[in-house]
Design a protein around this ligand. Structure first.
Ligand code: BGC
Length: 441
């Protein structure tokens, strides 16, 4: 049996991610909390509630877990509605709390990677028109200044906005996330404001901290034509991919917002990323569908014989991550995989998925593509948005009733990967023997 190790570059970042609303608990002053109170919005009527009780202080024990499993970075987010509970009031205690968390990462030798916006908005912002109103650009910039100024001693890696493409898709086209709209005009306005807000924050962060590295966490979804020989499927796939994957990073590179039938120059947003964050989970097949104009005439499904996650939400398509990294190269920036993971309460597929995806990252670094780090979603089970508590992405399992944590077997694998800074044949043999021949042919 072959023995080998796939090594990663020195100082490679290995970590896991969380977001404020999903783990803190009692975020009563934001749009998601309000959304959860409306009947029918969240699967089973689930609520975020106490979540993982990080605001109650349990981040400490979870950061210990991350550090003990050899992770050297953690991606966390700041809750805007806590820092600025009202338009003209800043909460210094909340800032102190985040400062303590960032200091807590340092104390555990983990590099903080901090997101300023991860889907949730302060209620007052939503009441004032949210991201549809142009003044959100200044408001976001002011908020970014406040946070970065407070945490500058502890963090230099910043993500302004998490997955703006999904935020606008689900919030303004599908209507399944707050604010529940289904209006293309709103989607376009919000897209433009998010680009402008990111760029304003980018410059503000650099004013305060010239050495900062600032990016966006882009959701990349791989797409293949359902029938490769059918031109309309190919066209639909290109349209979906171009719109979903390219719109934001392209505009942040060349200052041009391009959506179907729209092309607008916004020169001030050009060249405002220092690194490109990629969130990658899966790939889907795309078919032309004349009955779905608001979905760009497409419908999506997974390859029939592919391995699926517990709730059939994610198909295990590791080479889609390699494809994403190849795609990212055109932006000519360092890359961080800011999310990758699978919902799997029984930890049946997680280790295999992890090994296969990290293997694809290794292929990329082997070509000297500039990948700086890999961040697993998630450190611990947390509130999964409109899917409530039905999907479990955590390395650690959470019992919402008792707040008890239980280590899933994949933790040991990830701890070994982080320690070795690589994947060895022994790890594959031990944690996912089924794919041994695939990975070491
Ligand atoms: C989001 C996370 C979410 C994860 C799994 C990502 O797209 O950034 O907040 O929990 O997907 O659904």
């Amino acid at each position: 049996m072959p023995h080998a190790t796939f090594h990663f570059p020195r100082n490679f970042l290995w970590g896991s991610a969380t977001s404020s609303h999903q783990v803190e608990g009692n975020n009563t002053n934001n749009t998601w909390w309000a959304w959860e109170q409306q009947p029918g919005r969240i699967l089973n009527g689930d609520k975020s509630g106490l979540a993982c009780d990080w605001w109650g202080g349990r981040w400490r024990e979870d950061f210990d877990r991350a550090a003990e499993s050899n992770q050297n970075t953690h991606r966390m987010s700041i809750e805007w509605s806590r820092i600025q509970p009202e338009p003209d009031r800043w909460d210094e205690d909340a800032l102190d709390n985040y400062r303590e968390m960032a200091r807590g990462l340092h104390a555990r030798n983990m590099t903080p990677l901090i997101t300023l916006h991860h889907y949730s908005d302060p209620l007052w912002l939503a009441e004032a028109g949210g991201w549809e109103e142009s003044d959100v650009v200044n408001r976001f910039e002011t908020y970014a200044r406040k946070v970065v100024d407070a945490l500058r001693e502890y963090a230099t890696l910043w993500i302004t906005i998490n997955e703006p493409n999904l935020y606008v898709l689900f919030g303004y086209l599908m209507g399944t996330w707050p604010p529940g709209k289904t209006q293309v005009r709103s989607l376009i306005k919000v897209t433009e404001n998010m680009l402008r807000a990111h760029a304003a924050a980018y410059h503000a962060i650099h004013d305060i901290q010239p050495a900062a590295k600032v990016g966006v966490a882009h959701h990349y979804r791989s797409a293949r034509p359902a029938k490769p020989w059918f031109p309309l499927d190919r066209l639909a796939t290109a349209l979906q991919s171009g719109t979903l994957n390219d719109t934001f990073p392209r505009a942040l590179k060349n200052g041009r917002l391009i959506l179907p039938l729209i092309s607008k120059r916004i020169p001030e947003v050009a060249n405002t990323q220092d690194f490109l964050g990629i969130n990658y989970y899966t790939r889907e097949l795309v078919a032309f569908d004349p009955l779905k104009p608001n979905m760009l005439f497409t419908h999506q499904y997974f390859r029939p014989d592919v391995e699926l996650s517990e709730n059939k939400w994610i198909a295990n398509e590791p080479d889609g991550l390699f494809e994403a990294l190849g795609w990212a190269r055109k932006f000519n920036l360092p890359i961080i995989i800011t999310e990758n993971g699978i919902e799997d309460s029984q930890d049946i597929l997680r280790s295999q998925y992890m090994l296969q995806h990290i293997h694809q990252v290794w292929r990329a670094v082997n070509f000297n593509w500039p990948v700086l780090g890999y961040v697993w979603w998630s450190l611990i089970d947390n509130f999964e948005w409109e899917r409530g508590w039905t999907q479990r992405y955590g390395l650690w399992e959470l019992d919402c009733g008792t707040q008890a944590r239980r280590k899933r077997p994949s933790v040991d694998l990830y701890a070994e990967i982080c320690r070795e800074n690589g994947i060895s044949s022994d790890m594959v043999q031990q944690y996912a023997p089924k794919i041994f021949d695939l990975m070491f042919p």
